[in-house]
Design a protein around this ligand. Structure first.
Ligand code: 13P
Ligand code: SF4
Length: 385
């Protein structure tokens, strides 16, 4: 996990309760104890959950959403003193930055909102594919061939705060899967090219809709020290330089899965997340963020048939919540986000009971310099409509 922007943490130095006993408890007991802490802390506590969380965790959240919705809401409550983020590391970092921005601190007479990630190992494999040192090295290398003053760096929110800060410093911006198109428009109003990281698929799928061709989108491989594996001509002709990163979950969906479903289930519609590879995204009927996937199903009439290409927990929840529709998972193999899955009831109960008893464990706190520059890039994103 990329941790270069974090205040160093030792392993839970302040824990009052150890984690191990929580792992032996049944869900009924964990639920009862979690509910008791939630009741006791009331509106001082906000539990946020990303749509990919397992059901039992989702049931204990105050708000569930996609990355964009959760980042917008992280700082909405005035009474909240602690956010427990049931998601992955970059989401908790973003919550820390947004919940503690200067105007929010002023509203609370300087009191910081504490952000807790129930399991520090809940990272994002995609975010880990772009370390700040690699991005800085790539930026310096490409400057030998193209004018980086005219390149706008865009980082997907699925990235460490250090990358968001890089974008803040270099006139760039953050995007989520729900606003990537609008963010690329923003970038092209300010520069000639975009350097998009860490997800090549979201970058490519979004730019293709803007009539940018695959030939204008070279892929930068951070492990190829010769211009990221590109020629000078490719970089000079580029509109969007894509980082060679991907989501290990969404990368599993294939064009043949789409063809099989269409053959076997006439009338079925394909609904995918734009982190899927181009060949899947191009074939899909609808592509969008987890929030859009949810809304599309919610707004569809009974009898609709869907094959959905996104994380398994969300698809299974949609199946359970919409028995009036026929919902399938697009892949024959299990595609679940193993790091999201690390957040479970034992970890949630453990951090909450420690919190109730005065111990903050697994606190996520981004250092002030990284916060300052990431916030600039995040606020640019929040201003894009
Ligand atoms: P959303 O922006 O759709 O929430 O996606 C987050 C994510 O991690 C998808 O893999
Ligand atoms: Fe990261 Fe993929 Fe998991 Fe999303 S689904 S958090 S991009 S590994």
């Amino acid at each position: 996990m990329a941790t270069d922007n974090l205040v160093p943490l030792t392993a839970n130095p302040t824990a009052i309760h150890e984690l191990a006993p929580y792992k032996t408890l049944e869900n009924d007991e964990l639920n009862a104890r979690i509910s008791a802490v939630r009741e006791q802390l009331g509106d001082k506590l906000l539990i946020l959950g990303h749509h990919y969380q397992q059901d039992e965790v989702i049931e204990q959240t105050d708000l569930r959403g996609d990355s964009y919705l959760l980042s917008e809401n992280a700082a909405a409550s005035k009474t909240c003193e602690t956010i427990v983020f049931c998601g992955v590391h970059f989401m908790a970092e973003t919550a820390d930055i947004l919940a503690n921005r200067p105007e929010k601190l002023a509203e609370r007479d300087g009191r910081r909102t504490t952000v807790i990630l129930p399991d520090m190992a809940a990272g994002c494999s995609m975010a880990d594919m772009a370390a700040i040192a690699q991005v800085e090295a790539a930026w310096a290398d490409m400057a030998e061939v193209i004018d980086t003053e005219r390149v706008i760096p865009v980082t997907y929110i699925n990235s460490s705060a250090a990358l968001k800060a890089f974008c803040g410093r270099h006139g760039g911006i953050v995007c989520t899967s729900s606003n990537a198109g609008a963010v690329l428009d923003w970038a092209f109003e300010r520069g000639d090219r975009v350097f998009f990281f860490p997800d090549q698929h979201l970058g490519r799928n979004t730019a293709l809709k803007m009539d940018i061709t695959e030939e204008q989108m070279p892929v930068w491989d951070p492990y190829d020290l010769d211009l990221g594996g590109n020629t000078e001509e490719q970089l000079t002709a580029s509109k969007v330089i894509l980082w060679k990163g991907h989501c290990s979950v969404h990368q599993m969906f294939r064009a043949e899965h789409v063809h099989q479903f269409r053959e076997q289930h006439p009338g079925i519609k394909i609904l995918v997340h734009p982190e899927c590879p181009r060949e899947v995204n191009d074939l899909a009927d609808v592509s969008g963020s987890t929030g859009k996937i949810l809304k599309t199903v919610q707004e569809s009439p009974a009898g609709s048939k869907w094959a959905i290409g996104t994380e398994l927990h969300l698809v299974n929840r949609l199946k359970a919540e919409h028995p009036e529709q026929e919902i399938h998972f697009l892949s024959p193999v299990v595609c679940m986000c193993a790091t999201m899955y690390r957040i479970d009831l034992p970890h949630l109960c453990w951090v909450l009971e420690n919190l109730r008893d005065g111990a903050v464990v697994n606190k996520i706190e981004v250092d002030p310099e990284t916060t300052k520059w990431s916030l600039i890039a995040l606020e640019r994103m929040l201003a894009v409509k």
